[in-house]
Design a binder for this molecule. Sequence first.
Ligand SMILES: Cc1cc2nc3c(=O)[nH]c(=O)nc-3n(C[C@H](O)[C@H](O)[C@H](O)COP(=O)(O)OP(=O)(O)OC[C@H]3O[C@@H](n4cnc5c(N)ncnc54)[C@H](O)[C@@H]3O)c2cc1C
Length: 533
Amino acid sequence: MKLSCENNHIWSRFHAAINESATAAPRLQRRTCQSRGICDSLVNETLGEAQIRPLTDEVIGKTRLCWEYQHVGDFKNMSTFMASLEITGAVIRPDDAGYDEARTAWNLTVHHRPALIVVAKNTQDVVSAVQFAANEGLSVAVQSTGHGTIRQADQDALLILTSGLNQLQVDAERQTAWVGAGLKWGEVVTAAQLHGLTPLFGASPIVGAVGYTVGGGVGWFGRKFGLAVDSVIRFEVVISNGEIINASATENSDLFWAICGGGGAFGVITRMEIKLYPVTQVYGGNLLYPVEAAKDVYRFYREWIKTLPDEFTTSIVLMNFPNFQSVPEFLRGTTGVMIRGAYVGSVQEGAAYIQQWLDWRVPTANMFQPMPVSEMHTISNDPVDPVPSMTTGAYLRELSDAAIDSIIRYGVQRNGSAPLIFVEVRHMGGAISRIDSNANAFSHRDQSLNLYMVGMTPIPDTMTLFKHYTRQFKRDLTSALSGGAYLNFLEGAEARGRVREGYTPEKFERLKAIKAKHDPDNRFGYSYNIPVN
Ligand SMILES: Cc1cc2nc3c(=O)[nH]c(=O)nc-3n(C[C@H](O)[C@H](O)[C@H](O)COP(=O)(O)OP(=O)(O)OC[C@H]3O[C@@H](n4cnc5c(N)ncnc54)[C@H](O)[C@@H]3O)c2cc1C
């Protein structure tokens, strides 16, 4: 019996089915074939010598994926098309030369190995890919940049890359923009700033706008204007049956509610319409203090943020500066405490708040200055090149003295002992907490301190160390933790394992019901694992 098929995924399923039937019975039973696409045609056919032959490359081309099953022996008369998939972008199979490059994520610890990759160029490509996945019983995984992979795409998944969905339309008059699912925040900021407008972006200019937004989106405008997700007007979504629908406060409003915080568990978002805000400059930057002053700096920060207006969104960071070329030489290998943030208002007002620090204690460096919105990514200065990293987080009730001691104990690198690059506490509140808590699925708006930890984890041992270390760190902090999780700051198994903590129990129940309605087969199971009721 000779079988050949260029698609390993289909091959292995078919092969297993044939093996089973060859040993068990001469007929291929429906129950022995897991591949819905071919099962219907093959069921009750007598199994004989079969050859599965892919169409020639000229036919497949880059734009059309099509397998033909040509059978010899008992299958002579049967010509089954497993699928006929029209794709403007590209379809990449495991044996194709571009497979390894395409499955790469920004985070180098992520190793997708999907059955098939579809590089979508337009919404119709996403429709074709979702329909194909549904016919074949494949799950759908989605990647924009690979900054926040929730579950690595495996052999039972079709991975849709959204990077080609890069349409961007700014409506300066309405102060809105349509943002394609492949766009990164830096690209959206640049286009909006041409009109004196800004979206509610995050720390890094290369994080995907849609992926960031559907998880909530805590950025430097958070206390002034709210979360990124609070400024979405509508999503264009491809749902599990391949239908393209709009979700907004007035159309498919349950789905809109769910995606706003529930992420990609309900469909593939192909673009979103968002509000923009008329801001071109902030007073932003960092203050750096030596690690020896850490305890006093945290205590001063604790009192200082109580006085801040919504215009000032800040964080405090314990930073172990890596030995990288991009880090100024005098900082490499050292640890410091940084106060960072952006004041949305006049330079004088912003500077007056920073002056309180300067009057309290002279910092090692004061990098606060008037800053164009397009330069705000320099506040966090997140890495642009792909890195192997892990993140985790939790909400803090308070920066008690005991919590400060834990942060310093676990956050400071001593002889290479701490696997953390930095520990950041972001100050929430302001507009984030004032928006109606039932407005969308995003939960825990009342939390005021958001803890975020990041480590470099180039080898499996360092990944294991990071997990143990941060678990211990959080245990040490227990009395200061308020429960709940900000899912954008979790990733991988932890994001899925702690998904319930991302929501209030009532919202989680509602998410389950909406999931059951829109994705009953859990086609989008490579996102947050929201079970079907
Ligand atoms: C360096 C860095 C800086 C960050 N800064 C911030 C910050 O300031 N504030 C903050 O809130 N978060 C921040 N994050 C977290 C970030 O918002 C999440 O990791 C987010 O999920 C990244 O989205 P992405 O599309 O870039 O990543 P991806 O890994 O491509 O996507 C993450 C997940 O989002 C879903 N998804 C993405 N696009 C779609 C789509 N079109 N349709 C359906 N599902 C989709 C998928 O489930 C996917 O697994 C940061 C992360 C990093 C690594």
